[in-house]
Every structure is written in structure tokens, then in C-alpha cells.
Design a binder for this molecule. Structure first.
Ligand code: ADP
Ligand code: MG
Length: 366
């Protein structure tokens, strides 16, 4: 049997654009995964194919491929830079994580490759800190090799996610996020976390995501703060520039919403969780300005059709929204959202049900 490794997509319950602001977020690993089948080769080259992409790629890491192969070559390059003697390999990739839907197919791909590479090297995935090191390599791949200026949420949850749990991630420290599993007993509460992929493609490399990152840094700088993590709501009011003030207000209130959702989950107050999801959406739509017509349509329609609360999720400008739905209303909500898209002349959206899945793992070894 060949070496097969896999890693999950993720959906973020709350805490958007907070990771690179040294803040908090609460993602969960999805049951949808990206699988990579690896065979070592002795010429040091990579030979890559994906069931999701027409063109394969073969070459050396130094060739710096563009397109999807960069996610794989970037991980190999980052691991080699970190001192791991990763051999060349052939990799066959397949995935049921939708691509470009804000559900982090990119981190699923990176983390599946990093996990497979670790196994090729004979490393013990459960050794202390190895998963964190792989996370850092995957972040390097995405930031420095692909050129997508994302924070570390996606790779952290793909590598460290825990079945039945969301992960509270706190990015305050330089060394990397602290990770605390938070139980998410959706089924016990009679609830479903519905994910709606609008199929409006977002691109993290087209500049809008990076603009928010720059604006966040400028807002902190306007207050003489190292990051928006240290800033209070009273501080935010002292920012003169109205755009930067709104950006900062989103980040500061969003961090608080993450804390509040964790506390509401702890006491089983799902209605309160739902209200916080609604507030998060308003903040992203009006203050951070990363929503779009299709995301707003999902959120409003889902709520009218019986969802307790809903918000866009992921980097924004397209991608997916989530809705917290009583199990008995799931079909109504799905139907209503699809009908609203058809009425508006939009492509039918894709529906997924999110249950918290497993972290990256080796599935079989040759
Ligand atoms: P998201 O992570 O939200 O799905 P990104 O824009 O960050 O969106 O990453 C999507 C890109 O990652 C794809 O356009 C492709 O280049 C690459 N990718 C992800 N999954 C795969 C896959 N299974 N096969 C090939 N490339 C993939
Ligand atoms: Mg991504």
C-alpha cells in the first residue's frame, strides 16, 4: 500500500481576520478532507497531479511553480529550510473540500503534504511540537511561496483539530497560538451547523485580504499599539480616520465575541451563541466590509427560514456562510436559500453539514 496522508478543511465559527491581529478565533475541522498519496523518488524532483486540477506539474522546488503546485512545493521548500531532508516524491491529490470556498482547501492541501512528508522522513507525528513545526512550515508555504498573506488559523486547525470540538486559538504570543479544544455538542442540542458555499470565488492573492491586514496594522499604529489585541473599544474611538476606526472596531469586538461564544457554549446557551454569530456578520458587513451580496443573501434567508443565527465565514468577498439551524428546520433553510439564489439569478449554492472532524493524519503506510 502506498503512503496516504490527509488533512481536513475547516470552518470558522467566529473570530474573523483576528489571527493576524494577535487575536482569537474558534474554528473546527470539517469531515471533508484532502488526501495525498505519496511515493518517494530519488531524483529530488516533485511530480504532482490533482483530481481537482487539469494540469499536473513536475520539477524542482527551486523552479518555484505558480498555480496550485506552489502549495505543495512551498511546503517542501519550507520543510527543507527548517532542516528536514524531504526527498523528492510523486504525489496524487484528491479532495472533497470545495476549492476557494473559504473552507481552507489550501491549508488542507498543505497539511496533508506536510503530514505525508513527515511520514516519509520517519518522524513521529505525536512527538512534542512536531505538529506545531509542520503548521509553521505550511504557513510559510502559503505566505512566502504562494504569496497569500493569510494568518495561521487554517493550518493550525487542520493540523491540531479535535473531533467533536472547535478549537479556541489565541494568537497573542509570537511563538504561535495557544490551542484549547472547546466541546461543540451540536447534535445533543438538536442543532446543525449548515455551511453554504455561495460559489462566488474569492481570491486571497488579489489584494483585498492584504488590504485589511494593512489597514489593521495602520489602525494599531495610529494608537501607538503593537497590535489591535492590546486595544480597547474606548481606544478605537480615538482613531481619527473613519475607515481605520471601523476596521479596528471589528477586530476588537470580534475578539470579545469569541470569548462570549466560548462562554455561551460552556453554559449551553445556544440562543446566545446564535445572537453573537449575527452580530459578527453585521460587524464584517458594515465595519470590516468583507461581505458581499451573495453572503448577505444566505444570512438573511437562512434566518427568515428558521436558522437561530448566521454569519459569513472565512476571509470574505465570496466563499461560504454558516447558519446554526434546529435539525427540524434544516431542509426548510436549505430550500429557502437555494430558492433565493435562483430568484436572484445566481448559481445554486452548495450545502454542507459541518461536524467537527479529525486533524491531519497518516491513513496508510506502504
Ligand atoms: P480556500 O483555502 O478557501 O479553499 P484558497 O484560495 O486559499 O481558498 O485556496 C484554493 C487554492 O488552493 C486552489 O485554487 C488551488 O490552487 C489550491 N488547492 C486547494 N485544494 C487543491 C486540490 N485538491 N488540488 C489542487 N489544488 C488545490
Ligand atoms: Mg485558503
Amino acid at each position: 500500500m502506498p503512503l496516504v496522508a490527509s488533512a481536513p478543511g475547516r470552518v470558522n465559527l467566529v473570530g474573523e481576520h483576528t489571527d493576524y491581529n494577535r487575536g482569537l478565533c474558534l474554528p473546527l475541522a470539517l469531515p471533508q478532507r484532502t488526501t495525498v498519496t505519496l511515493t518517494a523518488r530519488d531524483d529530488g524532483l516533485l511530480g504532482l497531479t490533482s483530481a481537482q486540477e487539469q494540469d499536473g506539474w513536475e520539477g524542482s522546488v527551486d523552479d518555484r511553480p505558480s498555480g496550485w503546485a506552489a502549495y505543495v512545493a512551498g511546503v517542501v521548500s519550507a520543510l527543507r529550510n527548517d532542516g528536514y531532508d524531504v526527498p523528492g516524491f510523486d504525489a496524487k491529490i484528491d479532495s472533497d473540500v470545495p476549492l476557494g470556498a473559504g473552507l481552507s482547501s489550501s491549508a488542507a492541501l498543505e497539511c496533508a503534504v506536510a503530514t505525508g512528508a513527515a511520514e516519509l522522513l520517519g518522524l513521529d507525528l505525536e512527538a512534542p511540537d512536531l505538529r506545531q513545526r509542520l503548521v509553521r512550515a505550511c504557513i510559510h508555504a502559503e505566505n512566502d511561496y504562494v504569496g497569500a498573506p493569510t494568518g495561521g488559523m487554517d493550518q493550525t486547525v487542520a493540523m491540531l483539530g479535535s473531533r467533536g470540538h472547535a478549537l479556541l486559538l489565541d494568537f497573542e504570543a509570537d511563538a504561535g497560538p495557544s490551542v484549547t479544544p472547546v466541546a461543540l455538542p451540536l447534535a445533543d442540542a438538536g442543532l446543525v451547523l449548515l455551511v453554504v458555499d455561495t460559489r462566488v470565488s474569492h481570491s486571497l492573492t488579489d489584494g483585498s485580504y492584504g488590504d485589511r491586514r494593512t489597514e489593521s496594522a495602520r489602525a494599531a499604529e495610529a494608537l501607538g499599539a503593537a497590535s489591535l489585541r492590546e486595544v480597547s473599544l474606548a481606544d478605537v474611538d480615538r482613531i481619527d480616520d473613519p475607515v481605520l476606526r471601523r476596521r479596528a472596531r471589528h477586530v476588537v469586538t470580534e475578539n470579545q465575541r469569541v470569548r462570549d461564544v466560548v462562554s455561551a457554549l460552556g453554559s449551553g446557551e445556544w440562543q446566545r451563541v446564535a445572537g453573537l454569530l449575527d452580530e459578527s456578520h453585521t460587524s464584517m458587513r458594515d465595519d470590516f466590509e468583507i461581505s458581499c451580496r451573495e453572503l448577505d443573501l444566505v444570512v438573511e434567508t437562512a434566518r427568515s427560514a428558521g436558522a437561530l443565527g448566521a454569519r459569513m465565514t472565512g476571509g470574505g468577498f465570496g466563499g461560504s456562510a454558516i447558519a446554526l439551524v434546529p435539525a427540524g428546520s434544516l431542509d426548510d433553510v436549505r430550500r429557502a436559500v437555494t430558492a433565493a439564489f435562483v430568484d436572484a439569478g445566481l448559481r445554486e449554492p452548495l450545502h454542507l453539514v459541518a461536524t467537527p472532524g479529525d486533524a491531519a493524519r497518516v491513513d496508510s503506510v506502504s
